[in-house]
Design a protein around this ligand. Structure first.
Ligand SMILES: NC(=O)c1ccc[n+]([C@@H]2O[C@H](COP(=O)([O-])OP(=O)(O)OC[C@H]3O[C@@H](n4cnc5c(N)ncnc54)[C@H](OP(=O)(O)O)[C@@H]3O)[C@@H](O)[C@H]2O)c1
Length: 231
């Protein structure tokens, strides 16, 4: 397959690109910063586009068989539009070029009923403070993105991981409709679940939760990597 990966330069996008190339797919890696991506890899084409620019997105999507979005942005007090504006540009480009399969990363938070079992500190302290207060405007726009995508005739899957962490390889993970019960998802597993769903089509026109079951992140390392180093 020829796959467009949006957010190819981001941490999940890199796993997606690497795993898709390793599986023998051709990848169009869409990024605003082409210099940050290694060039000259067999099967890899780099397309420069802001994902909210309809014309640039249409050029990147033309001739592909599927689109995977690992786009994201940081928490902000201000209104965020990256998710919904990019979803509008991407779905419009797909309709224009007859590309029908879309997998877009959202979050478990987009499921209002998601409350991982046995995670008291998370459910009562971290989730209200971090996700629902500091991340309020981001998650509002993620929900707008989900609405934009749901309204299309495309074969979409909304991919909902929980707290992301770095792990070098693919481990054991679980997927479930709507959202999955658990607090953490390794980016390597998130990428693997999306490529698998591309082949298996178990969650077409549905949300798919993804949770890593084999490993848990070291919390101090997680705070350092996701909260301090990534800024
Ligand atoms: N962190 C968590 O615990 C968590 C939990 C659930 C879901 N998620 C979601 O999972 C997704 C992936 O997260 P991640 O941490 O792997 O990636 P990320 O750090 O959010 O990076 C996403 C990528 O999106 C690109 N991007 C943003 N706006 C763009 C635009 N207008 N045009 C083109 N590219 C643009 C960025 O490109 P540049 O390099 O050019 O800036 C970046 O490479 C995100 O949507 C995130 O919200 C995260």
């Amino acid at each position: 397959m020829r796959i467009a990966v949006f957010g190819a330069n981001g941490p999940t996008g890199r796993h997606l690109t690497d795993q898709a190339l390793a599986a023998g797919h051709d990848v169009v890696a869409v990024t605003r910063r082409p210099g940050s991506l290694p060039s000259g890899r067999p099967g890899l084409t780099v397309a420069v586009a802001d994902a909210t620019d309809p014309a640039a997105v249409a050029d990147a999507v033309a001739g592909t068989d599927a689109v995977l979005s690992a786009l994201g942005t940081r928490f902000s007090k201000e209104t965020i539009t990256t998710y919904s504006a990019s979803a509008t540009a991407i779905t419009g480009a797909m309709a224009r070029h007859g590309v029908t399969r879309l997998l877009a990363i959202s979050s478990s938070i987009a499921d209002p009923d998601w409350r991982p079992t046995g995670a008291h500190f998370f459910n009562h302290v971290l989730d209200p403070l971090v996700n629902r207060r500091l991340g309020r405007t981001l998650h509002e726009d993620m929900r707008r993105m989900e609405d934009v995508i749901r309204r299309t005739d495309l074969d979409w899957t909304l991919v909902r991981p929980s707290g992301l962490f770095e792990h070098p390889g693919v481990t054991d993970y679980r997927t479930a409709g709507t959202s999955a019960d658990g607090v953490f998802t390794a980016r390597s597993d998130l990428a693997a679940s999306m490529l698998r769903e591309l082949e298996e089509r178990r969650y077409v026109r549905m949300a798919m939760g993804v949770i890593t079951t084999a490993v848990k992140p070291n919390i101090a390392k997680l705070i350092w990597q996701e909260g301090v180093k990534k800024k």
